[in-house]
Design a protein around this ligand. Structure first.
Ligand code: ADP
Length: 558
């Protein structure tokens, strides 16, 4: 039966009748229990990380309902997704696919275009389809979280064979995080690099498998639907296949709805040792980064290590009010020194790990230790040497061996009603560059009345500089400052040629405008693909600043 409720917000250029028709088609296909029309403000709750909402961004830097879904639909299988896509094509209703919808600091489950229907892919499609020990990979549906897969490895006594790579928080989906090109901290930290094989419902409703998945397994199951056919046996082993490599265009994009993904797992390395190196002075960043570059390039640093600013660690340990009576102004240098002293940490803290049997770890450690000893006052710790409860080293000790945690949630509560936005520019692994980027971001944070809270995560040849813009979402003036801050930083950084690797809904267009080489051909090429593949513009319009022809991007710019 069709629910007569109207949504609080309709998609642009979609009449109430067309929307009702769309919902009616979905009712027939998916069943009413999997459809929720957002028709009352009582349905808009910020919730929390553990119990996420699907209607809007809980970390709203604009109005709470600025990015609002008209309905949330949770398909049960590929056929449901195809039926929903068909209905969307017939009515012009835009769909915004998510897997778990946490996407914390980047917009949560909220759609870029209010009135879009959020497709909650993770609710019902959440199976671990395969864990293959010999090939060291898994095949998962959208709703499988890092925590779920880790638990599976534990429950099946597989941790002695396989580890998975996890990001800072374990509650996100493997598939969604990889589509966003998220990172973790083991040697398998680059998630997109480690994926192998995607299954996607295209805007036409057709189902495609990428890489070797495009070649059918000779053992076809007679009469089975394409999504139920076995995969090619190399699909999770070799992600390129033959011909144009298309996996990339399904990341941070709006060209399809992913229904399965293969992911490499890391063979248990046969030994593990995490460590912390405290680096005393803020200006030591330059020397530290220049020490890190050859070590990482040469794979002496085997994983994705991080250099965390003191306040990120301080914020994990306590609220700002624990450290100061005046939480309305940024902490000054003396206060930071005092915090570092109290926590027995440096102004920068480097968290890394060694992998392999003891002789290998010992050899690696001697090189790492010797290299960092060039920094006057640097100190070296293994977890057993840090006795304080809840230390960040104990937390990273888990993360860097692929055990998911939720402790990093705590830094969001630095301020009351703590919310956050991530500002994530890429930096070269170069001491001068890192120092400049840090100085610029810190200065702007202070201008906004906020503390600099950030970390550099070290990839193979670059660093993701993650600036955590923490604000009080019930403080309108502070929200405005946080929004001003991220917009200003994007422009400031672009002037240096520093671009962001990923972003929040509110600034996707601005960032796309900074990737403007040769008259914005990158954006225009993406729009050409978008319009060809999705002629009705129904999948995630505006995602990453790519708009289909039905939308005038100038009018949508924020
Ligand atoms: P997380 O699992 O970390 O909470 P989300 O589920 O919110 O992440 O996904 C992050 C983003 O990735 C979404 O906003 C969307 O752009 C994209 N995404 C996630 N799942 C899918 C999917 N199944 N198909 C297409 N895009 C997806």
């Amino acid at each position: 039966m069709v629910q007569s409720k109207s949504p609080l917000v309709l998609p642009p250029n979609v009449s109430s009748d067309a929307f009702t028709k769309f919902i009616a088609s979905c009712y027939d296909a998916v069943g009413s229990e999997h459809i929720e029309v957002i028709s009352s403000t009582s349905q808009i709750n910020d919730g929390d990380y553990i119990k996420p909402n699907y209607t809007h961004d809980p970390h709203h830097v604009l109005r709470q309902d600025f990015f609002l879904a008209s309905a949330v639909i949770a398909p049960r299988n590929v056929a449901d997704v195809q039926a929903i896509v068909k209905a969307a094509n017939e009515t012009g209703v835009p769909l915004w696919p998510i897997s778990i919808g946490r996407n914390s600091g980047y917009g949560g489950a909220a759609p870029r275009v209010s009135g879009s229907v959020v497709l909650n892919m993770g609710k019902n499609m959440n199976k671990i389809l395969e864990v293959n020990v010999e090939g060291a990979y898994c095949l998962v549906e959208p709703g499988v979280t890092f925590q779920d897969l880790h638990q599976y490895l534990v429950d099946n006594n597989l941790r002695d064979k396989l580890w998975l790579d996890v990001p800072d928080l374990g509650g996100g989906s493997i598939l969604g995080n990889t589509l966003e090109r998220g990172v973790g901290y083991t040697p398998y930290g680059d998630h997109f690099m480690m994926h192998s094989g995607m299954e996607i419902v295209l805007p036409s409703g057709e189902l495609i498998r990428t890489g070797m998945g495009a070649m059918p397994n000779p053992n076809q199951r007679e009469g089975a639907r394409p999504e139920d056919q076995p995969w090619n046996e190399s699909a999770q082993l070799f992600n390129y296949g033959f011909g144009p490599y298309i996996d990339g265009i399904f990341t941070q994009s709006n060209l399809g709805i992913a229904t399965k993904m293969g992911m490499w797992l890391m063979p248990n390395p046969g030994g593990y040792q995490s460590y912390l190196i405290t680096i005393p002075r803020e200006e030591d960043l330059k020397q530290a980064v220049d020490i890190i570059r050859p070590l990482r390039l040469g794979m002496i640093l085997q994983n994705v290590p991080t250099i965390r600013h003191i306040l990120l660690d301080a914020a994990v340990m306590n609220h700002k009010s624990h450290y100061t009576s005046n939480i309305d102004k940024p902490l000054d240098d003396d206060e930071l020194d005092q915090i570092a002293k109290d926590l027995n940490l440096g102004r920068w803290n480097f968290y890394g790990a060694l992998y392999g049997p003891e002789p290998i770890r010992d050899a690696m450690w001697s090189v790492v230790k010797q290299s960092f000893s060039a920094i006057p006052g640097a100190k070296f710790y293994f977890p057993e040497e840090r006795t304080e409860e809840n230390s960040v080293l104990h937390m990273r000790h888990k993360t860097m061996q692929g055990i998911p945690t939720f402790d990093e949630l705590r830094w969001v509560s630095w301020l009351p009603n703590g919310s956050h936005l991530f500002f994530s520019p890429i930096a070269r692994v170069n001491g001068d560059d890192a120092t400049k980027q840090f100085a610029l971001t810190k200065r702007r944070c202070h201008e906004a009345g906020l503390d600099f809270i950030g970390t550099f995560t070290i990839g193979m040849r670059e660093m993701h500089h993650i600036v955590c813009i923490v604000f009080d979402r019930k403080n309108e003036a502070q929200k405005k400052k946080a929004h001003w801050l991220i917009k200003t930083l994007i422009d400031d950084c672009a002037k240096h040629g520093w671009g962001e690797y990923r972003t929040h809904l509110a600034v996707m267009d601005q960032i796309m405008d900074t990737y403007s080489f040769n008259d914005n051909v990158f954006r225009r090429f993406n729009e050409t693909i978008k319009n060809a593949v999705d002629p009705n513009g129904i999948i995630a319009p505006g995602k990453s600043g790519v708009w289909p022809k039905q939308y005038n991007r100038d009018e949508w710019k924020l």
